[in-house]
Design a protein around this ligand. Structure first.
Ligand code: IDC
Length: 330
């Protein structure tokens, strides 16, 4: 009798474990955030133009982007991300340049994995950014992009803190309707085969500025798609906020996945007046914002002082002028 009870108890325990694993594999294996903002807000979705949490309440993501992870791989670590979390960020963007001349190689997938893991442990959202730039047209490396997003969506399909950014900044002779949108439809299909729910960000023409063009011909038949707007405050002012307002009025969900307050080269002087106007606009509309870039490169957009060589934990006094401004906005 005693032995039977023991067997039944063991069986029940085993059953319980199996049930838990099948219901929430990520919780059990530790892949989904168990603390921090990403645990509290859970899986995000898009309601009209607004990003909302698992309860349908409007939320605003705020964060930082790495520089190209081929050039500055050492900043992709948990201690560095934790410092940003302490400064008030809830999101990290991992920028993988797609052009081999900017360091692209499949060997960097592991670096992306490290970044995702670090952000997840901290309960932060993480953007996996396919950073097209000199390759202008996202179709230039479309088959490589498919390979990349298939790999990532398969791996992270059940993780609730993942955001896919499928083409950083289309530019040059590219059209929304005949180049970018078809590319987006292909990559969205690739991702959705595995990951049915996480947010997907789509770049817009002219270095992700023409959200008004996308608003006239948005992607249809898909959920949880947002469109990126990028600005550099010393170059882009009211006219770009007007474009954004037009797009919002037409119902386009906007995500600022990259910006800075210097000029579009990533360098030059800071325009505090425009920076203030932008932040006011973003906060009013609860638009997510992610600042370029976590590195100590000697350029204005770098958030860490060039004299600081630490790549792990950093303090407020290690930040550049841009970095110190940024954390006040968080
Ligand atoms: C810049 C970097 C700079 C690098 C250059 C070329 O700050 O160090 O040499 O790229 O790769 C963007 C791009 C982003 C740019 C940034 C500043 O998304 O990659 O980074 N910028 O020029 N769009 C507008 C500005």
């Amino acid at each position: 009798m005693k032995k039977d009870n023991q067997t039944i108890k063991s069986l029940l325990l085993l059953l319980g474990i199996l049930l838990l694993v099948s219901l929430s594999p990520n919780l059990v294996f530790g892949a989904t955030p168990s603390s921090g903002t990403a645990a509290k807000w859970g899986r995000l979705s898009v309601k009209d133009t607004q990003l909302v949490n698992k309860k349908g309440k409007a939320v605003q993501l705020k964060g930082v982007s790495t520089h190209g992870i081929a050039w500055f791989p050492d900043y992709v670590n948990q201690k560095q991300f934790k410092s940003w979390k302490k400064f008030g960020a809830n999101t990290v963007r991992l920028a993988l340049y797609s052009d081999p001349s900017a360091g692209y190689s499949r060997s960097l997938y592991k670096k992306v994995d490290q970044g995702v893991k670090s952000a997840t442990k901290l309960g932060m959202y993480v953007i996996i950014d396919w950073h097209i730039l000199s390759d202008g047209n996202p179709n230039t490396y479309k088959s490589e992009a498919k390979h990349f997003f298939k790999r990532m969506a398969k791996k992270y399909r059940n993780q609730t803190n993942i955001i896919y950014e499928i083409c950083n900044e289309p530019n040059g002779n590219v059209s929304w309707s005949s180049d970018i949108k078809p590319y987006a439809n292909t990559i969205i299909k690739t991702i959705r085969k595995y990951d049915k729910k996480n947010i997907i960000l789509v770049g817009t023409p002219t270095w992700s500025q023409d959200v008004d063009t996308a608003a006239k011909d948005p992607i249809t038949g898909q959920k949880n798609i947002m469109y990126t707007l990028h600005f550099y405050a010393a170059t882009h002012g009211q006219y770009l906020r007007d474009k954004a307002q037009t797009a919002l009025d037409e119902g386009l969900p906007i995500f600022v996945s990259e910006f800075s307050i210097c000029d579009a080269s990533g360098n030059g002087g800071i325009n505090y007046t425009e920076a203030k106007a932008w932040i006011k606009f973003l906060k009013k509309n609860k638009i997510p914002f992610v600042a370029w870039n976590v590195s100590n490169k000697a350029e204005t957009s770098s958030l860490i002082q060039s004299s600081c060589s630490k790549t792990g934990k950093i303090k407020r006094s290690d930040l550049s002028e841009t970095g110190r401004w940024l954390i006040k906005q968080f």
